[in-house]
Design a protein around this ligand. Structure first.
Ligand SMILES: Nc1ncnc2c1ncn2[C@@H]1O[C@H](COP(=O)(O)OP(=O)(O)OP(=O)(O)O)[C@@H](O)[C@H]1O
Ligand code: SF4
Ligand SMILES: [Mg+2]
Length: 470
């Protein structure tokens, strides 16, 4: 395959592979939420969803960077922000030497020729009333590139390049005449027809039949090699990312929690979330039954993220400083009650007055007891819950439980937010790899008062040092 010759108005292909094509620093993209009646009903008040929350990363020229994470982690928002399709709230995105954040629409339009996007649903991406020739040639028309004959030739060449051959047959067809895989090939043709340098591929194969997924990814790799493309490949599927990406960034609730070369991520995952995602990859051989070990619980609401490390409610290794708070106690109680018979639940629930104090996020709560119930009875219940499962990490975060006549006063340890730490050739955002956080946890543990209630997983130790020990 040859790189297509430039038509009038085209751009030179990138040749330098040494500097970053995209440099993202301190990027934040927040969506305002209005706090409608319906949202308030589900506990969402007016405020912000921190879809991208202080992300910094580089995308090297010619690199395939995989952006992996569960639904709602902010992958699409990050991709759209770097294309200038969603305004950044704060931070910087430098693309090919130019700052994108704050750029006027006109300047952005010009830059967008160099950066294209392929979305998940090829059917929705193609106008059903346009022929494949019209759809694929549309960007040339928008940018007024070439004569109609030149455009037609370019469309034919590009269709051929993406495997829609003979092109004449496909040019006259409508999207409804094509299979899912063929439609995605047409979408890819439209994305590369302007000779871009960057392609953001947002789950490009997740809606396709299993049988064509590998073929589309192979095509994308071939195009990357031939046309010096750089990819941001967005997926929730670590298994395909493994064979497709040079580096992987793991995203969780708006943050990159681990980033590094694919090999390092697969062979030696560091972050507890990455480890859980890898364990959740289904076993290809159906005869071998390996349990899918997804992190416990759901992805929390991004509008009200957990304190400290936002992964802490789902993390089996969480400890003192990871961000324990009121909502974790509420979840613990709800999970317990969900498994109890009615009478048991009624008896335990009667020990509490109003437990909605646990709904707001705080490191201190005064839990009033139910009518006529002494504080000691409620403290006793909390103690027995802890004793039933002392290795539950939640208890490491409880600093003090004070029993009053008609209440129990609980204080959690001050949360720390994890910071990016270099471990070998990966960067990981987890206190287990940060000596300062571990020392702080140890200090707080030693400072514990005589009333301190501590259980949990024992003393955490520095992970990942020396290299490879995680
Ligand atoms: N236009 C919007 N207005 C308000 N909130 C939004 C908007 N778009 C996305 N969000 C919220 O931002 C967060 C990140 O969403 P995003 O679509 O970027 O995640 P994602 O990782 O791409 O998820 P998926 O895997 O489901 O595509 C989610 O909490 C989502 O509900
Ligand atoms: S900082 Fe690390 S150990 Fe703590 S909750 Fe987050 S991922 Fe788990
Ligand atoms: Mg998405």
């Amino acid at each position: 395959m040859q790189r297509k010759p430039e038509l009038a108005g085209g751009h030179a292909s990138p040749s330098a592979h040494d500097s970053a094509l995209v440099s993202i620093r301190g990027l934040k993209t927040y969506y305002s939420i209005r706090g409608s009646f319906a949202q308030r009903l589900i506990g969402r008040e007016a405020g912000h969803v921190k879809a991208v929350d202080d992300v910094s990363l580089d995308l090297g020229r010619g690199e395939v960077l995989g952006l992996v994470g569960e639904s709602g982690s902010g992958k699409t928002t990050l991709g759209r922000t770097l294309l200038g399709l969603v305004p950044a709230t704060e931070g910087s995105v430098v693309f090919d030497g130019r700052e994108i954040v704050g750029l006027r629409d006109r300047d952005l339009r010009e830059l967008r020729r160099k950066m294209q996007v392929v979305f998940q649903d090829p059917h929705a991406s193609l106008n059903p009333a346009m022929t494949i020739e019209q759809s694929v040639g549309h960007p040339l028309e928008i940018h007024k590139i070439g004569t109609s004959d030149e455009r037609r030739r370019r469309v034919a060449e590009t269709l051929d390049t993406v495997g829609l051959s003979p092109p004449e047959q496909f040019m006259v067809k409508y999207p409804s005449d094509l299979s899912g895989g063929q439609k995605q090939r047409a979408v890819i043709a439209r994305a590369i027809i302007l000779n871009p340098v960057l392609l953001v591929a947002d789950e490009p194969v997740s809606m396709l039949d299993m049988s064509v997924r590998a073929k589309i990814l192979e095509l994308m790799l071939e195009l990357k090699r031939e046309f010096d493309l750089t990819y941001l490949y967005i997926t929730h599927d670590l298994a395909t990312a493994k064979f497709f990406c040079d580096r992987i960034a793991i995203m969780y609730l708006g943050r990159i929690v681990e980033i590094g070369p694919s090999r390092a991520i697969y062979e030696n995952p560091r972050h507890p979330y990455t480890k859980a995602l890898l364990r959740a990859i289904p076993e290809p051989d159906p005869r071998r039954k390996v349990p899918r070990d997804l992190p416990r619980g759901e992805v929390p609401d991004a509008a009200r993220p957990p304190l400290g490390c936002s992964f802490h409610p789902r993390c089996g290794q969480a400890f003192e400083v990871c961000g324990w708070e009121t909502r974790d106690l509420r979840d613990l109680l709800e999970q317990r009650w969900a498994h109890q018979v009615e009478e048991q639940y009624e008896a335990e629930r009667a020990l509490f007055d109003d437990i909605s104090v646990l709904d707001s996020s705080a490191v201190h709560a005064r839990l009033r007891t139910g009518r006529g119930v002494p504080g000691a009875a409620l403290a006793g219940l909390l103690g027995s819950i802890r004793d039933e499962n002392p290795s539950e990490p939640f208890w490491t975060g409880v600093e003090q439980v004070a029993t009053e006549t008609d209440a129990v006063d609980i204080r959690w340890r001050e949360p720390l937010s994890p910071r990016a730490t270099g471990v070998g050739d990966v960067q990981v955002e987890c206190h287990l790899y940060d000596d300062a956080a571990l020392e702080e946890a140890a200090r707080r543990r030693e400072e514990g008062s005589p009333h301190t209630t501590v259980g949990g997983t024992g003393t955490p130790t520095r992970q990942g040092a020396p290299e490879g020990s995680a």
